[in-house]
Ligand binder design. Structure first.
Ligand SMILES: *[C@@H]1O[C@H](CO)[C@@H](O)[C@H](O)[C@H]1NC(C)=O
Length: 249
């Protein structure tokens, strides 16, 4: 790609980043719709002290809507800024699917999409985000042949992303952590943008696998990881997926 084209693309990506405000508006578990945490709920909380009881986690992704790599060492990376557990827990079957609906006009086509789970060991509405131990169950980066990032696929799917729940995952209460990492600014250190969102979901079924030991949120990523700090405006022939090893059950 010519420097001029990369420059124009970078400028476009920068302009597009003003659209930010990325969050999951709804998520379906085995086809059943569940409410996502809407920014309006933040204002409901500020103005009236309360907001609806939902399975999605509360978060204050108010500004430009992301967690930057210089905050990877804080609990904000777990479930977004000042996150707190949702009051409810929804259900999904082991082997079933969860479809996350991001804004249909998602504007960042460069970057991977990942989903993690952590066991609550009790009621997920009481979960402590700093001790949740995350196991990666889904991660899609870039198709080397077409140079299509997972984020572009999400845009092509009008903001939808479907994750399969491992068939062998033991029944129980889990927090699912779903995340887009936008890389349009990633050639600058701390220029990537993480958009994590969390959901309380009880897995049902007769799976027999407990999760392997996971990774605390503060240890998931480093700002110098090769999949976080890279120039996305070149042909990518090898992409180092950020975070711990994938577990599919
Ligand atoms: C999380 O982000 C918010 C908003 O930027 C900030 O006020 C808060 O201090 C951060 N929390 C931690 C644990 O760093």
């Amino acid at each position: 790609m010519s420097p001029l084209t990369s420059g124009l693309l970078a400028a476009f990506a920068f302009a597009a980043s003003a659209l930010g405000h990325g969050y999951v508006t709804t998520f379906t578990t085995d086809g059943k719709p569940n409410q996502g945490f809407l920014l309006d709920y933040y204002y409901d909380k500020v103005n009236s002290g309360s907001f609806p009881d939902i399975a999605a986690w509360y978060a204050e992704n108010l500004d430009s809507g992301f967690v930057a790599p210089d905050a990877y060492g804080t609990t904000n990376i777990s479930c977004h800024k000042n996150a707190a557990p949702g009051a409810l827990t929804t259900t999904v079957s082991a082997g079933g699917s969860i479809t996350f609906q991001w804004p249909a006009n998602w504007a960042h086509p460069y970057g991977p999409i990942l989903t993690y789970v952590a066991a609550c060991n009790g009621d997920c509405s009481k979960a402590d985000k700093s001790s949740l131990s995350w196991v990666k169950i889904d991660a899609v980066g870039i198709d080397y042949t077409t140079q299509t990032w997972a984020s572009q696929t999400l845009i092509n799917q009008a903001g939808k992303w479907t994750t399969k729940v491992p068939l062998s995952l033991k029944a129980g209460n889990y927090v699912f952590r779903h995340e887009i990492i936008a890389l349009h600014g990633a050639s600058t250190l701390n220029g990537a943008q993480n958009y994590p969102q969390c959901f309380n979901i009880a897995v049902t079924g007769s799976g027999s696998s407990s999760l392997p030991s996971g990774t605390l949120g503060v240890n998931l990523y480093k700002n110098t990881d090769p999949g976080i700090y890279l120039n996305p405006y070149v042909t990518i022939t090898s992409y180092a997926m950020p975070g711990p090893t994938l577990w599919t059950g």
